[in-house]
Design a protein around this ligand. Sequence first.
Ligand SMILES: Cc1ncc(COP(=O)(O)O)c(C=O)c1O
Length: 419
Amino acid sequence: MNAAPREPLYQNRRCTLNLQDKSIATQAVHGGQDRPLPGAGRSWVPTSTPIYQTSSFMYDNAETMAAIFEGKIQGYVYGRFGTPTGDALQRAVALLEGGDIAVGFASGMAAVHAALLASGLSAGDTLLSAQDLYGATQSLFLQVLSRMGVHVHLLDVTDHAAVAQALATRRPKVLYVETMSNPLLKIADLPALARLAHDHGALFLVDSTFTSPYLVQPLRHGADMVIHSATKYLGGHGDVTGGVVVASAQWEAGLNSMARLVGGVLSPHDAWLIQRGIKTLPLRMQRQCQNAATIAQALMSHPLVARVIYPGLPGHPQHNLAERLFRDGLGGAMVSFELADGSRQRVLHFFNNLRLCIPATTLGDVYTLLLHPATSSHSYLTPEQRQAVGIGDGLVRLSAGIEDVADIIADLDQALRAL
Ligand SMILES: Cc1ncc(COP(=O)(O)O)c(C=O)c1O
């Protein structure tokens, strides 16, 4: 059950606290908490939302349970239908994104799928999407949704003339983009794309995993739904898999229904871990963005690096857009770069030389993480297809962690020099 996130359930003395007008640092720490009222014979409440590790709930009488099932009163009946821990996380994320509601899922992919199903996308409809997508999202579109009769059309969403033309001719149900593309870190112009989509009667869905609500809040720029792989910056510690969709209240019933019927729901323990991660999201993002900017600068002057892609660098094609869209003009916490003479073997050798930074298939953690798109996230493309989209064998994607940046740069440098 989703309680309205606009009125956080502070079930203790601080129930008058209104978080809507607080800064994101305060919202991240206090958002969504569900502190159960003191029970019989006790006067205390936990300061942290408990993990309600239960698959069902019981009531004093059967009539109450029946009334909940009929939707006459709110309450919890069964884990797949919602838990207090899951609802606390949902309120926290909705608050951070400036949405009315959020619905949690077992992974980012489950969230992507549920958002599209809840949008009403059906057989015969067209899904217009950015071509620079997370690989599994692209496969979901091209292999699964296509098979179900959805027409999928991919294009470069930084080319607004092409987007306008495709919207006009293909009349899609949904325009789908990622705020920052992977691994080339192109930035989607959210306000412009939202306007274009809506002018042509399409819904605008945005995967904001790479930027997190700290950098940008797509709903404020016109998105109809925002999707996160909470496995990344929201969780932030590399210890949980989850996803969230945030939207206005009109989408609540549809999203909840997809969670319940398709069943990819978030467990109470994972919801709790993500909410715990969120408390430090602003701190982590500030540090990770600062570290990324310093790493990008260091790599720019490194003799063994041929090219650096970072939205915070003036040479990035969407540098001005990033400055305008992202909080405090930050450039994000992801850096991509190409090794000079970067054969596949040379990059793998470089990865093997790393001592502090971790080669792993994820991002957004407190650890600095590196990924080789050609042999992992984009290995499903042929070498020619990779070259065509600009992903060479020498390309490396780095997710800046919160370690001391001098240590990160020293590790990258020693791993490069040992080649
Ligand atoms: C942009 C983006 N969206 C969605 C996903 C899928 O998330 P998950 O791995 O939590 O299913 C990922 C995973 O890397 C991603 O990078």
